[in-house]
Design a protein around this ligand. Sequence first.
Ligand SMILES: [Zn+2]
Length: 455
Amino acid sequence: MSEKIQLFNTLGKEKQEFIPLNKGQVRMYSCGPTVYSYIHIGNHRHNLVDDFLKRMFLFNKYEVIHIINITDVGHLTSDADEGEDKMEKAARKEQKSPLEIAEYYTQSFFDDLAQLNIIPATQYPRATAYIAEQIEMIKELEKKGYTYHAGGNVYFDTEKFPEYGSLTNKQHTEAYSRTGKDPNKKNSQDFVLWFTKSKYEHHAQVWDSPWGTGYPGWHIECSTMSRKLLGDQFDIHTGGVDLQPVHHENEIAQSNCAIGKRAVNYWVHNEFLVVGKEKMAKSSGGFLTLANLKKEGFDPLDFRYLCLLTHYRKQLQYSTEALVSARNAVKNIRKRLSTLPKENKTADAASIAKFRTLINDDLNLPQAVALLQEVLQEGSENAYATILEMDKVFGLCLDKEEQLAIPQEVRELLNKRTIARKEKNWKESDTLRDLILAKGYKILDSSTGTTVEKI
Ligand SMILES: [Zn+2]
């Protein structure tokens, strides 16, 4: 394998060399959205950081298996176990069933990802499709003595897991002091694995379980689905910093106790996107979506560029002015790029080596963008090829203008071929390739998708 990769591991609070469990492969899990409303651009910063991380590994010739969960089962308003169920609240407000709400916002999430040129995850498991597995995992924890029953619910007993809090090095109670009190808990940091529905409760999504009809606690779905789809132990778990103190501590407790060893090797957390001093949050109501930005005349890729300019472990200061300069910068890069000679198809090895060193150093994308600007200004005969090589990680579609110059009929044939390949219809796919060739274009398949190039 290629060069050393360093990542800041929240577990241990230091930059560490990345060593995969399986040679040449990265198994990665990211906490995905709760689909009860549109995703705001603060969440998209997280999705973009995941994408940059994934593209860095692909650039280093790793295979990446990436899972993003879709939380389509309601969980409560706060990260802890109290409050009103968000999905129920949205369903009531919009007069739809919780599943209709979930499906609508899941599709909107996928649309956003495509517009931001985010490489799709390997799988997007829905929590409601893994209820039986969640019940199994709770039973396993119960058998091993990590649970207790109170008020009809099943709780995780954090006293039985002395390492609890290792991610944040915080006294558990600190993280919980902002929420109310559940009198059933032995310790405030204990959390619910299974809620049993009370007869006074209006909860539409319920399932049978050995503990009575009810619904799972929020944290168990991530432990269950990551284990099911990536194995007992995997390489990287990502999420926003807000998930560290409760959700991720709880995931660690559940997973490590169930398998009897450390489940995740590297925890990668991104900082918030902030407006003034406030972090953008769904629950506060004042948030911007990608659709809002588009209405203002921005391209989603302008926002993508903006996210490259601040290191993922620093807060990103968002403002319209910042987005305007990002838009201008992207425009200028494209303009300058179109004037560069395109004959030389080999990227400059020295620049690419420099680029790799930067991105492999805990994803130093701001410096990598500065390098792109340097190469662009120098404008050597292979600058064009060098920049397109770098764009495999930036994902800005810098040759977009040229892609648009491809005739409509060729693009349609290419789409049909992509579908044929997905359906494993190889004969059809070969016929379409020949048709594309006959029109004077050759096909370039890569891990980030397929494009064509004039012969
Ligand atoms: Zn999660």
